[in-house]
Design a protein around this ligand. Structure first.
Ligand code: KIV
Length: 289
């Protein structure tokens, strides 16, 4: 699929005019998995800005406006301080920048855990203000009632089990989960509870591979792995991680580019030209007619 947009530069460089296309729907994603088999794996990447969404959209089934934007965009130490305002602003930008993938917005810590009613208020705000198709929330069986409540009221919900970064203060770090028998059983039971509650898909993050496979076999909805297994029904990565934006990344990240070097190299060349007064050149300056 082409990623070339016709830019209407008369208005803004950020407003492409793509060919009309029907967006993927959440039921279409859910129905990818039939009788435990997903013939076409679900492709998901994170996106936080309109331009990033434009570039990723054609290649993805789902764009996730992850609360990982706390660290990636805002330089926060974890996703715990991320607010609903941040998610709403970035969610709206990603929806504006996409027209093919279904957009899922993360519910930030503190915006949904207190009650299903609190979750509905936060999630309905995200749907109204961003135009996203669904929300994601972390937690297993404890969130099943909330997932059922949202789904019954018109808000598709994606679950998230295993390593749940918003719970870092309880977990004590970001290590892979499911190494003990008790923990492994809890992760599978968490996923089953979310599945039974109507989650349309479940992110399985940072778990040992046999548990990721067990979860995938135990639930009817698609699982989306990150640090999990290629046998999950789909995969997600933080886009900046796979682009090589950061030096330190978890071992499950595969770098498909070295964007940090590209950006820093461009800035180095620009700085040298400014200091040498060779930028701007003739091509970049206006002369009297
Ligand atoms: O916040 C996020 O980006 C996520 C993905 C890593 C699954 O939850």
């Amino acid at each position: 699929m082409s990623t070339t947009f016709q830019l209407d530069t008369a208005t803004s460089r950020a407003n492409p005019t793509p060919a009309p296309m029907k967006r993927l729907t959440i039921p279409a994603i859910r129905q990818r998995k039939v009788d435990g088999v997903t013939a076409e794996p679900v492709v998901m990447l994170t996106a936080y800005t309109a331009r990033q969404a434009q570039l990723l959209d054609a290649h993805c089934d789902l764009l996730l406006v992850g609360d990982s934007l706390g660290q990636v965009i805002y330089g926060l130490p974890s996703s715990v301080p991320v607010t609903l305002d941040m998610m709403a602003a970035h969610g709206a930008a990603v929806v504006r920048g996409s027209y093919h993938a279904a957009v899922v917005v993360d519910m930030p810590f503190g915006a949904y855990e207190a009650s299903p009613q609190q979750a509905f208020e936060s999630a309905s705000r995200l749907l109204k203000e961003t135009g996203c198709a669904a929300v994601k929330l972390e937690g297993g069986a404890a969130m099943a009632e909330t997932v059922a409540f949202l789904t019954a009221r018109g808000i598709p919900a994606m679950g998230h089990v295993g390593l749940t970064p918003q719970a870092v203060n309880v977990l004590g770090g970001y290590n892979a989960r499911g190494r003990s028998e008790a923990e492994a059983q809890k992760i599978v039971a968490d996923a089953q509870a979310l599945d039974a509650a109507g989650a349309f898909a479940i992110v399985v993050e940072g778990v040992v591979e046999p548990i990721a496979i067990a979860v995938t076999q135990a639930v009817k909805c698609p699982t989306i792995g990150i640090g999990a297994s290629a046998q999950c029904d789909g995969q997600v990565l933080v886009t900046e991680d796979m682009l090589g934006m950061f030096e330190r990344v978890p071992r499950f990240v595969k770098r498909y580019e070295a964007i940090a070097e590209t950006i820093s190299g461009a800035a180095e060349r620009y700085a040298a030209e400014v200091r040498a007064r060779t930028f701007p050149g003739v091509e970049q300056t206006y002369q009297p007619r």
